[in-house]
Design a protein around this ligand. Structure first.
Ligand code: PGA
Length: 249
């Protein structure tokens, strides 16, 4: 059975009081036992967040890392620093990192390697822009993203990889892929993993959908056979909405 995961990507939202309030509220709710729940606050909030959720099953994860081990990289954060505060999962390749911070295929491949070298779990994001979808190039875009930044990983390290399919046109727009579109891409990604590695690896990797998942569409999306959970942006900032999404499984 693949692990079901619902991860909240807070992006650059929530200061300390807001984080405390949201996490305290989440901790007080009864969440789904079979679903791994993760939240990704901004770097300065990771340590306090961990303190608040320590008695719960909620995992605090990071939104990004630098690809280097340490050194003169002003403003950057290394995987080892996160590990030292007990954070061992990181989102890599989010479309906002790709588009706004010019994270190229090769930088992302290095980030994936840097994280896996520290035994992190990586949530690796892929997804096409609207233009590519309109031109029917979405499969080749996602295939390239996998080939260029992820498929250098050893079969053994793939155990620590989760993939998030996030069509860029659905992120923060209120538009979602239809459940059928999500399923089609998730199945495609699984086929590519099987071709590169083998069927056992493909069948064991959790593939999350992201892009305007809300309480009222989560159930339909999560019911697709190759959708193993969600990466949630906007709706993860509200405890009731995030909880409802977790319970949609
Ligand atoms: P959204 O963001 O749920 O606000 O669309 C998803 C994401 O960017 O991970």
């Amino acid at each position: 059975m693949r692990q079901k995961i619902v991860a909240g990507n807070w992006k650059m939202n929530n200061d300390l009081p807001q984080s405390i309030s949201l996490l305290s509220s989440l901790v007080s709710k009864e969440l789904h036992n079979e679903v791994k729940v993760m939240v990704a606050p901004a770097f300065p909030l990771l340590y306090p967040a961990k303190e608040i959720v320590k008695e719960s099953n909620i995992e605090v994860i990071a939104q990004n890392i630098n690809e280097n081990k340490n050194g003169a990289f002003t403003g950057e954060v290394a995987a080892s620093m996160l590990k030292s505060i007990g954070v061992t999962t990181v989102i890599i390749g989010h479309s906002e990192r790709r588009a706004i911070y010019n994270e190229t295929y090769s930088i992302l491949a290095k980030k994936v390697e840097a994280a896996l070298a520290q035994n992190f779990r990586v949530i690796f994001c892929v997804g096409e822009e609207l233009d590519a979808r309109k031109k029917n190039e979405h499969f080749s875009v996602v295939e390239n993203q996998l080939a260029e930044s992820l498929f250098q990983v050893s079969e053994n390290d793939m155990k620590n990889v989760v993939i998030a399919y996030e069509p860029v046109w659905a992120i923060g727009t209120g538009e979602t892929a239809t459940p059928a579109e999500a399923q089609e891409m998730h199945a495609f990604i699984r086929t590519k993993i099987s071709e590169k590695y083998n069927n056992a690896v493909a069948e064991s990797i959790s593939i999350l959908y992201g892009g305007s998942v809300k309480p009222d569409n989560a159930q339909e999306i999560f019911s697709q056979p190759d959708v193993d959970g969600g990466l949630i942006g906007g709706a993860s900032l509200n405890a009731d909405d995030f909880t409802a999404i977790i319970k949609a499984f």
